[in-house]
Write a protein that binds this ligand. Structure first.
Ligand SMILES: Cc1cc2nc3c(=O)[nH]c(=O)nc-3n(C[C@H](O)[C@H](O)[C@H](O)COP(=O)(O)OP(=O)(O)OC[C@H]3O[C@@H](n4cnc5c(N)ncnc54)[C@H](O)[C@@H]3O)c2cc1C
Length: 458
């Protein structure tokens, strides 16, 4: 039996007003933006240091109270709901940039630092951190979900960019994992174990990450195509030819309609690739020309280049706001599932085209957008929960999409993670690998207090 109430009393003695049981605060910490059911925690503890997190975890462990770590709450798979109640540890106040080592191109931050905060801080130093989920997520949350975004095709995901973490484990121990060395063969890779652990193995309090020099030349543009398939085939060829493209994003015609309305743009309503090249002036020119040649083979129109920095920023902001844009255009169908399958690049066009057919045949509004250079795409499935027949059709399309990706050697989630929403697909993807995950979980958290009911956690 757990004793959450006793845990709340003891944590309040330490945090005072930074422990909240207010309904509105609990609800904000218990429901994401999708149709995954929400469940508020019993209380929200706003921690400010690793030691404070340790004390909270020790109290919760003593009373067997569930712990749900929380960064900025932008995850999309019911990651931070509290199906068994418990204490949400919100680390957003842990927002100090602890060190920047410009010469080594790395830095260490507290887990609550957000990606935009970090990049604003780094700009004057000529450095940047490339991983950019559409939302302004925390580095701790991005580590915990193994996030990526539009730049992953060139710079990798959090998996490639986290060098080390400090975490408080379920037994209250503080463990520093990883080093600042670019590579290491010392022991098991505990850092990688925490990357993607979704709060089920510990609370990450600090993150060490790689940084990059802001490129001398950045060339960005948009290019309309006759079909989504042509966009995918262009992306496939760009990757197969080894063009070091920094961003290559598919935005289908439905998304263009929504983005034009939401971001007040006038893009041609056709399937479109948003692209960007990084390097020296000569290199970006060469890459852009090679891209243009491939694109024209697949029937693309002229590329519209965003020459000014502010035009480029506007373009990518519009891309990042696509999720809100589609939500705004379908007010009657606000329930959405943000799917994110990822397949080997050679199967991308086939997977997208089959999915499009499935959507059409089932009369479902499911605009497609994707980080296609990685073989990763989102079908934003909308449905009206009060329409049982539509819910059934949407669920069936969703399930077929995941099975299609798995059959092609892909994954059910390229970047959003498992949370509570995709748990049933873990076994399908990993087979008895899931048993290994559960053994790790049981060894590190025998009481199952760290974010229970999520990912591989029982
Ligand atoms: C509009 C929009 C666009 C998006 N686009 C992308 C995209 O392109 N790519 C992508 O990868 N994602 C995308 N996302 C998803 C989202 O931004 C990521 O999942 C993000 O990485 C979560 O970070 P967070 O700080 O919001 O974490 P939260 O949502 O607060 O938490 C997410 C999970 O991580 C755990 N967690 C959080 N902080 C910690 C910590 N300090 N220690 C241990 N566990 C922790 C939580 O318990 C939870 O399980 C998008 C979301 C939105 C709303």
């Amino acid at each position: 039996m757990n004793n959450v109430n006793q845990a709340i009393l003891e944590i309040r003695q330490i945090l005072g007003e930074r422990l909240s049981t207010a309904q509105i605060v609990r609800e904000h910490h218990g429901k994401d933006q999708t149709w995954n059911p929400g469940q508020p925690p019993d209380a929200v503890a706003y921690a400010l240091s690793t030691e404070e997190v340790q004390t909270i975890v020790q109290i919760c462990a003593r009373h067997k109270a569930p712990i749900i770590p929380f960064g900025t709450g932008t995850s999309l798979e019911g990651h931070f709901t509290a199906p068994h109640g418990g204490i949400c540890i919100d680390v957003s106040g842990m927002n100090q940039i602890l060190e920047v080592n410009s010469e080594d191109l790395d830095c260490r931050v507290q887990a609550g630092v957000t990606r935009k905060q970090l990049n604003t801080y780094l700009r004057d130093k000529g450095l940047f951190f490339p991983i950019d989920p559409g939302a302004d997520a925390s580095l701790g949350g991005m580590t915990a979900t193994r996030a990526s975004g539009t730049n992953a095709v060139r710079y990798g995901t959090m998996r490639e960019n986290v060098m080390g973490v400090t975490a408080v484990l379920a037994n209250g121990e503080i463990v520093r994992m990883g080093t600042r060395a670019r590579k290491s063969s010392a022991g098991y890779d505990l850092t990688r174990l925490m990357v993607g652990s979704e709060g089920t193995l510990g609370v990450i309090t600090e993150v060490g990450i790689k940084l990059y020099g802001i490129p001398e030349s950045i060339r960005a543009g948009v290019c309309a195509f006759p079909t989504v398939e042509a966009c995918c085939n262009t992306a496939i060829q760009v990757i197969q030819m080894g063009i070091p493209i920094a961003r290559i994003e598919l935005v289908d015609a439905e998304h263009i309609i929504a983005i034009n309305a939401y971001s007040k743009l006038t893009m041609v309503v056709q399937p479109t690739l948003f692209v960007e090249f990084h390097g020296t002036d000569a290199a970006t020119h060469e890459q852009a020309n090679m891209f243009a040649d491939i694109a024209s083979e697949f029937g693309a129109g002229p590329i519209e280049w965003a020459t000014q920095e502010e035009d480029r920023a506007k373009l990518w902001q519009a891309r990042h706001d696509a999720f809100w844009a589609t939500k705004a255009i379908k007010p009657g169908k606000e329930e959405s599932i943000a799917t994110d399958v990822c397949v080997p690049i050679s199967r991308l066009a086939e997977c997208v085209v089959e999915t499009q057919k499935d959507l059409e045949q089932n009369n479902i509004y499911g605009p497609i957008i994707g980080h296609v250079g990685d073989g990763n795409f989102h079908v934003v499935l909308f449905c009206d929960r009060s329409d049982a027949a539509e819910v059934k059709r949407v669920k069936a399309v969703y399930e077929r999409l995941i099975k299609r990706a798995l059959a092609m050697g892909g994954t059910c989630t390229g970047e959003h993670g498992i949370g509570s929403g995709k748990r049933e697909y873990l076994a399908l993807e990993h087979g008895n690998g899931l048993d290994v995950m559960r053994s790790i979980k049981a060894a590190l958290d025998p009481l199952n207090i760290m974010n229970p009911g999520k990912n591989a956690a029982p």
